[in-house]
Design a binder for this molecule. Sequence first.
Ligand SMILES: Nc1ncnc2c1ncn2[C@@H]1O[C@H](COP(=O)(O)OP(=O)(O)OP(=O)(O)O)[C@@H](O)[C@H]1O
Length: 629
Amino acid sequence: MEEEKKTGVEHVAKLIKEQEQRDVELSDLKQELKLAKQTYELHCLQMETEAKAAKDGLEGRIKELEILLEDSRNQVRVLEAYSQSKSNMFNKKEHIFKSFVEFQFGALKELMLSSKSIKHEILQVQKSNLEEFNDLGVKLKALIDATGDYHIVLAENRRMFNELQELKGNIRVYCRIRPFLPGQAAKHTTVEYIGEHGELAVVNPSKQGKDRRCNFKFNKIFGPESTQAEVYSDTQPLIRSVLDGYGVCIFAYGQTGSGKTYTMVYVLELIGVGLKNRVVGATAMNERSSRSHSVVSIHVRGKDLLSGSALHGNLHWVDLAGSERVDRSEATGDRLKEAQHINKSLSALGDVIFSLAQKNSHVPYKNSKLTQLLQSSLGGQAKILMFVQLNPDVSSYSETISTLKFAERVSGVELGAARSSKEGRDVRELMDQLASLKDTIARKDDEIEQLQLIKDHKNEYPGSMRYGDSSASNDSSGVVPHRTRKPSDRRIVGSETSAYQESIPEFSDKHSEAGSQQSKLFDGDTGFMSSADSEILRFEDGDYDDISSDISDVVPSARTDPDGAATDQSTKLSETFRKSKVASTIRLLQSQTQNASKTVMVSRDNPKGSTSTKNTVNSNLVKPSKRWQ
Ligand SMILES: Nc1ncnc2c1ncn2[C@@H]1O[C@H](COP(=O)(O)OP(=O)(O)OP(=O)(O)O)[C@@H](O)[C@H]1O
């Protein structure tokens, strides 16, 4: 134990020693620590001072830097704003550019597509064109084949059209009743009934019973309300046949003031007599006397453009002088003679038309100058239409009845058994009249021959001729002997067509501005190109005077009594010869001027035609043109 104690004490002594040592070390450490602390504190102080200085320096620097930073920030902000705006602008531009590029791409795509489709279409069109060309070729061939047939059909159509016209009658009578005129006092009409099929009943207000009423029937009646256009539409088919080469004669007949000119002028205007002639129409036709017949002729020459074949048609529109009855007009002296003459020529016209309607072998053309003038246009293939014009007033009753009777005779239309016997008598009377006229004509022809012999004899002794340098001879057609006329003999007013000038060159010298018209007509139906000429030609008062004065060289002068009857044999011969010359001269002029149309005023003021001369015909004019020989 001791031992243990000793070890304990030693251990404690050792621990105490170690403790003391540790205390010394601790004190050293404390000293060191104190020194270190002082050094540290000093160092800290230094450091603090330095830190403070550094801090101040840093704070100053920081402030500077902050200012710089602020500046920089501001600059950055400005730059940012600038860059933002730039960026926005670029964005915008980029957007625009993108859309532009997109659009361009779209357009390009579309272009490529449409280019493709166009290419496709072109191919299609080329293909269809090719097909159409092929088709066209086939059709053209068929058309060429059909053209041949077309001409046949055209000819057939024309034939049928004309047949239709013929079925309607080549002589037709239309009756037109004019309305009461404004200012016409009592408006009592004589027209009681107008039927749909051309029936007309006229009443005499002063009579009673069965004599009161007269019935007539014509091809058509145009009542007072009928318009000009209605009249024209019914006349048009007839006028159309002029284009088919037919001769058409349209008469207007009726008492003075019944509307003949009114009907005629309108239709002439519509069928295109033309401006120039309308001017003429306004002067020549206004001057038109109700005591003269007026003839407007329109000649149409057509040429088939394919076959080159030609046709000639003509239309004569005859405005007849007033048909007053002599007893009613109470005319005396010259007016009486004039009225008698008008009635004579109208009656001669009726005879001619009646003979044509009856298809008589002899037609009494020679009975009046009017019928002589229209001879070539009345017979043969000619189509005749007569407008019977009526004044409905009761005061004109007797004129109305005589006009209607004349027209009824022309139309040849019978109203039935009750009237037919009367008409039968008329026919017999006419036949007798015709037979005696034939005899007269044969006698006159003999007389003409004899006179011609005398004239030929005279020609062998020129001194006996007034125009000694000319040769008098009959041409084969029995037309007036050729001779040189004095310049004042006759003058034809107006111009002729080129065809006419070719055959009669001298005639071109006679051209004047007065009333010539040549117009081209194309008829779509017939395919004919036509030219129509119209011209005003007047037979003035003295047209027959020179002829009679020529005759006076050959035949002793003759005197006629007031009734126009020859007083002795020489008068008869002279009259006969003069008449034959007048007739043949008219025929000659008529044939020579076939190419041109004309208004012919056959003066009634001097029915015998013996006054001064105004017109001239060149001697060459009397040579028959080749065309008309
Ligand atoms: N249908 C009608 N409608 C209206 N007025 C008409 C008609 N017919 C004729 N007239 C008028 O009647 C008058 C006489 O007509 P127009 O001169 O045509 O007769 P006309 O028979 O030719 O006579 P004239 O024989 O004397 O020459 C004219 O004023 C005309 O305008």
